[in-house]
Design a protein around this ligand. Structure first.
Ligand code: F6P
Length: 362
């Protein structure tokens, strides 16, 4: 069995509240096991350029409460080249880094796989506000992001109510409507538009008109940033602003638009994010010390488990209809059936939540 001297930790892609709690858990657990932890500054870029800091037990004190990532993050194009990757491997070799834990989303895990193929054991931990990694029920940062959206929606509700206005609110999530959908339900939105399910604009406008007749004053509509309309020149434009204009024109209700953008990504992580981050960080070190590699730590049936990264990325492409020729060739019929079940479970969960919006609207 390999002995581990040092483990490198990096965060890559969009930051997420709770990433610091993962870093803390990995560093503390590694140090307790007699393995040094090294922080890689600025994601894969830092690995290429040898930007390393020691992560002793005390170096990660007081970060569990902080949003963002103390290791900073970057989207690194150089790492996608063979030359960049070789530089990263050289950094590992010359600094006695025997394994890497990469915290982030699907792009981060593709990088981790590339390292693993070239002989550096890697484990991925899911950290993204979007909760858009199909193979896991939960990604670190999701709960904080949803709570931030709910907090803002509650504030907007107050002022909408005072002025008898409607507010269309666009929230992050890339191509995934999970933040919009769950926060929308929790904030009592009248309708939610997400990329996964066709939006019934006419029904929504009729619902707003009916609510007005019932003397409802404040109204909230949540739109995921992944929903688009097409303008008169055939260009793709964010749907939220388009919907805002239509509501105002067709209902006569003064309607405002708010894009929450990166506000959704910052802030103090919630208990759920700190807890899951701590569990996932500990699991990552357990896996490495068991000699395992090329796995991603996931939540499955509410338990912290691990899964082959390539399996997870393929299941993700399956769900997103992005499978390429040959993608499934290396998998058994049983594996493919498992991927299909994961995709179906997610589709069903989103459909069930979406139905709640309609069930509960005035
Ligand atoms: O993946 C996290 C996320 O915040 C998405 O919700 C959003 O679409 C994207 O990152 C924004 O990326 P950037 O910070 O590079 O603008």
């Amino acid at each position: 069995m390999q002995t581990f001297r040092r483990i490198g930790i990096l965060t890559s892609g969009g930051d997420a509240p709770g990433m610091n709690a993962v870093i803390r858990a990995i560093a503390r657990k590694a140090n307790k096991q007699g393995v040094e932890a090294v922080g890689i500054i600025g994601g894969y870029n830092g690995l290429i350029n040898k930007k390393l800091i020691p992560l002793t037990t005390s170096a990660v004190s007081n970060i569990i409460t902080r949003g963002g990532t103390m290791l900073y993050s970057d989207r690194c194009l150089e790492f996608k080249t063979e030359e960049g990757m070789q530089k990263a491997i050289e950094t590992c070799k010359s600094n006695d880094i025997d394994a890497i834990v990469a915290i982030g989303g699907d792009g981060t895990f593709r990088g981790a796989t590339d390292l693993a193929i070239r002989g550096i054991p890697t484990i991925g931990v899911t950290g993204t506000i979007d909760n858009d990694i199909t193979a896991t029920e939960y990604t670190v940062g999701f709960d904080t992001a949803m709570n931030t959206v709910v907090e803002v929606l509650d504030k907007l509700r107050d002022t909408c109510e005072s002025h008898a206005r409607c507010n269309v609110v666009e929230v992050m999530g890339r191509n995934c409507g999970q933040i919009a959908l769950r926060a929308g339900i929790a904030a009592g939105a009248m309708a939610v538009a997400i990329p996964e399910i066709p939006f019934d604009e006419e029904a929504t406008i009729n619902r707003i008109k009916a609510a007005k007749r019932k003397a409802k004053r404040g109204m909230l509509i949540v739109v995921s940033e992944g929903v688009f309309a097409t303008d008169e020149n055939g260009n793709k434009v964010p749907y939220g602003e388009v919907l805002k204009k239509k509501i105002q024109e067709q209902t006569g209700i003064e309607t405002k638009f708010a894009r929450l953008a990166h506000i959704v990504r910052g802030g103090t992580p919630t208990l759920r994010d700190r807890l899951t981050a701590s569990q996932m960080g500990v699991k990552a070190i357990d896996l490495i010390l068991e000699g395992k590699s090329n796995l991603v730590v996931v939540e499955e049936d509410s338990k912290i488990e691990s899964m082959d990264i390539v399996f997870a990325l393929t299941a993700d492409r399956m769900y997103k209809n992005k499978l390429m020729a040959g993608d499934l060739d290396k998998f058994s019929a049983e594996d493919i059936a498992k991927m299909e079940a994961i995709c179906e479970k997610r589709r069903q969960e989103i459909a069930n939540l979406y139905a709640i919006i309609n069930d509960l609207a005035l």
